[in-house]
Write a protein that binds this ligand. Structure first.
Ligand SMILES: [Zn+2]
Length: 94
């Protein structure tokens, strides 16, 4: 089997099976932990003001497309094949 690049640290390693994407379990656990923290950070930014800018830009896009905000968001949702639950919560609260 050819060597693979670890998804977290970038080190080359010989995978034991096709699914192995990290050089060792520590990298896998750490990567998931970091990702979780990243997600939370994004969520925090999302809720602390950047959200408003985002809504504004969506609303502007909707206006440019000659659609209502709700219709435009629904269209995006369809195109994306369903948006993530966190985003969905904020769309519905608008
Ligand atoms: Zn690694």
């Amino acid at each position: 089997m050819t060597e693979r690049k670890c998804k977290r640290c970038g080190k080359m390693f010989p995978p034991k099976n096709n699914k192995q994407t990290y050089c060792n379990p520590v990298c896998r656990i750490e990567y998931n932990k970091e990702k979780l923290i990243e997600d939370r950070k994004e969520l925090k930014e999302f809720r602390s003001g950047k959200t408003n800018n985002f809504i504004r830009s969506i609303a502007a896009e909707a206006k440019a497309a000659g659609m209502s905000y709700g219709k435009y968001v629904a269209m995006i949702e369809l195109q994306k094949g369903g948006i993530q639950s966190e985003s969905k919560v904020f769309f519905e609260t608008d």
